[in-house]
Design a binder for this molecule. Structure first.
Ligand SMILES: CC(C)(COP(=O)(O)OP(=O)(O)OC[C@H]1O[C@@H](n2cnc3c(N)ncnc32)[C@H](O)[C@@H]1OP(=O)(O)O)[C@@H](O)C(=O)NCCC(=O)NCCS
Length: 418
């Protein structure tokens, strides 16, 4: 049995941050009813690669959900929403500030309708504080949560990271909050409001940068390859390891954009590594004897490793380093990963079918539950399950559904002739 079987989620989320969370919960077995405006989640049409088919942006974030379209700007649509609130365990949304309030459904109102329901919101900056009224996207959160100022090289511009820590990272935080609130609800019978701000989520993921921020009050950071004497703010550190061990990305043969391997020169492996790349003389060289010495002379460590690596591809060099028990990882391109045997075995790329786009691939479920493995199913077409949900979840009969449809509960009003 799936872990979350029996829990139903009314999922008003859109774009990435919310849907990434509800998809994970769906993969754990929750019945996720994606509640969309009549025109659908905007991402259905964004960055389309196949004409008239939902974009990969949408399909990759909305698997295992049922889609229902409801126009919340009609009285009938709002009545359907209220009925659904009474049949769901969780309400999720990541609208811009104030949208749900403008519909007339603040947390207080939702709680009054169904005291057991957990309401979960993502906002760019939360519902309090000077930034509360602002909208946010991924890179806005990375900019404001401390990720961009600490990513890149000191002499260059700040950079965003490729991982969606602002959107998907916040979705993960929300999933944890929802599960905790459900756990408490099951004990007390009372739902609560769960809020995650994207800026807060990014700050949480930048925790070690805050460690370094405070260490600077007591002196420079010796593990950084750039000088930090007198710095007040955690600098960008290129590919420095950022931890207690030295590390860097080392270029390999034949020198293409991803022909690099990340090598952690762990204290325990230095002697074996030094012997392999420079013989006994290097292993005994006093300039590199202890980690403190290697930190001081790290540019020479990276130069020697790069010279040695120039004879090997990243996978060949990985094999050499693995034999020595040196923690390392080749820089994997998306193509490297797509064809990788390990990725295949871990089911981290999963092939799915879709009525309009045909075969496509999704990134698999990263959380592996031994008794309830995730079974990935394609994303729904817009409104595919409207009738099914109205009848099966709400018990509406055919004539009630037809009357609501005629009243415009599931569609946009016709455009006025100009
Ligand atoms: C992502 C974001 C910037 C998008 O902004 P946006 O496209 O202007 O969308 P908003 O969420 O502000 O508003 C949604 C609109 O759809 C309407 N809408 C949503 N569901 C609807 C429904 N079922 N029926 C009718 N209208 C609906 C809302 O009423 C609102 O319109 P309004 O402004 O006229 O009230 C914004 O939603 C946001 O900041 N969200 C919080 C942070 C976040 O999650 N960011 C996403 C990162 S991927």
């Amino acid at each position: 049995m799936e872990a979350l079987k029996g829990f139903r989620i009314l999922d008003m989320t859109h774009v990435q941050a919310g849907p990434t969370c509800s998809q994970l919960l769906a993969w754990m077995g929750a019945d996720v009813v994606k509640f969309e405006p009549p025109q659908g989640d905007a991402t259905r049409g964004q960055l389309r690669d196949v004409p008239d088919a939902d974009s990969l942006y949408f399909t990759m974030l909305n698997c295992n959900k049922r889609s229902i379209t409801v126009n919340m700007k009609t009285a009938e649509g709002k009545a359907v929403f209220v009925d659904l609130l009474n049949e769901c365990d969780v309400l999720m949304e990541n609208f811009g500030p104030g949208v749900l309030d403008r519909f007339g459904f603040s947390w207080e109102k939702v709680h009054a309708i169904n005291p057991r329901i957990v309401m979960a919101s993502i906002k760019g900056f939360g519902s309090s504080g000077p930034y509360a009224e602002f909208k946010a996207y991924e890179n806005v959160a990375q900019a404001m949560g401390g990720a961009m100022s600490t990513t890149g090289v000191p002499e260059g511009a700040p950079f965003v990271t490729g991982a969606q820590i602002g959107d998907s990272g916040t979705g993960l935080h929300l999933a944890i909050g929802i599960l905790a609130a459900l756990h408490q609800r099951n004990r007390t019978g009372k739902g609560q409001y769960v809020e995650v701000a994207m800026m807060d989520g990014v700050m949480n993921l930048c925790r070690v940068k805050w460690r370094d921020h405070q260490r600077l009050w007591h002196g420079p950071l010796p593990e950084y390859s750039v000088p930090t004497e007198g710095e007040k703010t955690t600098p960008r550190a290129g590919n420095d390891s950022g931890g207690g061990q030295l590390g860097n990305a080392i270029q390999c043969k034949p020198g293409g954009p991803n022909d690099y391997i990340y090598v952690v020169v762990q204290e325990a492996v230095w002697e074996a590594l030094a012997t392999r790349i420079g013989g006994e003389a290097l292993a005994k060289d006093a300039r590199f004897a202890k980690i403190g010495d290697r930190r001081k002379n790290q540019s020479e460590v990276w130069r020697m490793l790069t010279e040695f690596a120039s004879n090997y591809t990243k996978t060949e060099f990985m094999a050499i380093l693995n034999e020595l028990d040196v923690p390392c990882g080749p820089i994997m391109s998306t193509e490297d990963l797509f064809v990788d045997e390990h990725v295949k075995l871990r089911e981290m790329m999963v092939e799915l079918d879709h009525p309009k786009r045909g075969k496509w691939w999704n990134v698999g479920m990263p959380i592996k539950l031994s008794d309830s493995p995730a079974k990935l199913e394609r994303s729904p077409l817009l409104g595919e399950h409207t009738d099914e949900v109205l009848k099966q979840v709400l018990g509406y009969d055919e004539s009630k559904v037809a009357a609501l449809r005629t009243a415009g509960a599931f569609s946009l009003p016709p455009k006025k002739a100009s």
